[in-house]
Design a protein around this ligand. Structure first.
Ligand code: SF4
Ligand code: SF4
Length: 477
């Protein structure tokens, strides 16, 4: 660990010491309080997805998964942190699965990185467009079932929660996003940890599991890989683990908080570029591009066409752009002779997070703002179909938006510009730590600033186009 870079939040702002909520979170069954409601919701989604109306705007599976869940997740990540991994119902069978695994079998070393996560993130974006997951309650239900099976099977076969840490696309999204969240695991007193024999926060004890992703609380400097499960706090016999407040950009600007790994940097690139590709997939020029490509190649298979478009937009293009920016940054700052390309590239990867997250927030926030209330008539309809009533007999299918339509574009513009400013700030801080001269800092961050500018403009241009109102009654009456 880089001692110079060690940053940990101040213990005085500790959620776990707050009256009421702190005690609840540290309670042995505290995580279950979050998981059980989400498990019930997942069961309801699966049931309605498989047996209910197959019109997306009238089904709980599609409405809850593609409008409510995605809108709430970005808001919660922004305001609190990775609470969805904390409450993840897919992780519920962990205790049983961990007993089956015998705590022993290790996840293969060659797979202990984010390459599989990048693949699964790409796969879910591709499947979402190809199979129109947002429009199919049945497929959405099967996706949830597949999650449960994969999480349980991998937890049962291996230690180190490999599904959460190395594969889950939702978890990967949450990990990257939570690096700008305001809370982080840390410890109250490092001397207590030095004297601690059992290190139960990571090793667990006979009765309580330690950290599933094998993070060691006294050394945690990043929310990456942290599920916010608080198992470490429950396992620590010295009550030394804290959930502390921190500045949103602190982790991103702390050298050494992230290891300089290609896979981690590429995960952040994919997260950022996918934010725009995913939004672009819902505007008219995307369909024009698809038609042009089908004609030019010529290929009529939609799966292959989408694979090509997203393969270029989410994987190849970002790799080329970012490696090019890293190369230019090295050349301009005069450090080409002694800075490997990997270092030049990974050093600035954290700077992508504010902009990438802002674009996701603007996009998912848009769908949430226009469709959040749709869950009310959908639930009414579900109850009516099962002989029950709630809030009157007839579902009001007009219930949908929570904000006036005229607010949305200005709000999206503000969010994207704030993300752009955040990325510039983080890049500048990283540059200042790497170089002494202000001119060198300017030259080093210039290529990255141009990439951020191009991404912000692309996002704004996309949000200015008419976007499909997927999964709401207006789009699919
Ligand atoms: S179990 Fe508690 S005291 Fe021991 S190392 Fe972990 S956080 Fe520190
Ligand atoms: S450090 Fe580990 S045990 Fe603690 S909250 Fe994060 S993932 Fe859970």
């Amino acid at each position: 660990m880089n001692k110079q870079a060690l940053y940990q939040p101040q213990p005085r702002y500790d959620v776990l010491r707050l009256p009421g909520i702190g005690r609840l979170l540290r309670w042995r069954w505290g995580r279950l309080l979050f998981q059980i409601p989400l498990l019930l919701l997942a069961a309801l989604m699966i049931y309605d997805g498989l047996t209910g109306p197959q019109l997306a705007p009238q089904n709980i599976a599609t409405t809850a998964a593609w409008i409510q869940y995605r809108g709430l997740i970005v808001l919660v990540l922004l305001l609190a942190g990775n609470l969805f991994c904390m409450g993840c119902p897919f992780a519920l069978p962990r205790t049983l699965a961990t007993r089956i695994s015998g705590y022993g079998r290790r996840w293969p070393r060659v797979l202990r990185n984010k390459w599989l996560a990048i693949g699964s993130l790409f796969a879910i974006f591709w499947l979402y467009e190809w199979l129109d997951l947002w429009a199919s309650p049945w497929l959405t239900a099967w996706l949830a079932i597949a999650y449960f099976i994969a999480a349980f099977a991998l937890e049962a076969l291996f230690a180190e929660s490999p599904f959460c840490k190395y594969i889950c696309p939702l978890g990967s999204f949450n990990f990257v996003s939570s690096t700008i969240s305001p809370w982080q695991i840390s410890v109250q007193n490092h001397d207590v940890c030095r004297a601690c024999v059992g290190k139960e926060c990571v090793n667990g004890s006979d009765t309580i599991l330690g950290c599933g992703t094998e993070l060691f609380a006294p050394q945690v400097q990043s929310n990456m890989d942290c599920l916010f499960c608080l198992d470490c706090a429950r396992a620590c016999p010295h009550d030394n683990v804290i959930l502390a407040a921190r500045s949103r950009t602190r982790e991103l600007t702390t050298p050494g908080a992230w290891p300089r790994r290609w896979d981690l940097a590429f995960l952040v690139m994919v997260f950022t570029f996918a934010s725009i590709s995913n939004a672009f997939g819902m505007v008219p020029p995307f369909y024009a591009l698809q038609a042009w490509l089908a004609n030019w190649l010529p290929i009529n298979n939609e799966a292959v066409l989408l694979l090509l478009i997203f393969g270029v937009g989410i994987l190849l293009f970002p790799a080329a752009i970012c490696l090019g920016a890293a190369w230019c940054s090295r050349q301009l700052s005069g450090t080409a002779g002694h800075t490997p390309l990997r270092v030049a590239f990974t050093r600035y990867a954290p700077a992508f997070v504010p902009l990438g997250f802002a674009v996701w927030l603007a996009h998912y926030g848009f769908h949430f703002a226009t469709g959040a209330l749709a869950i009310i008539p959908v639930s009414q309809n579900f109850l009516l179909d099962h002989g029950l009533t709630w809030l009157g007999q007839t579902p009001n299918w007009q219930m949908s938006a929570i904000l006036p339509g005229s607010w949305l574009l200005p709000l999206q513009t503000i969010i994207v510009l704030a993300g752009f400013g955040g990325s510039l700030y983080v890049a500048n801080e990283i540059g200042r730590q790497a170089h002494k001269q202000p001119q060198t800092v300017f030259k080093a961050i210039l290529p990255w600033a141009l990439v951020f500018l191009a991404l912000a403009l692309a996002a704004l241009a996309t949000f200015n186009l008419p976007m499909e109102m997927r999964g709401t009654i207006q789009f699919n009456p």
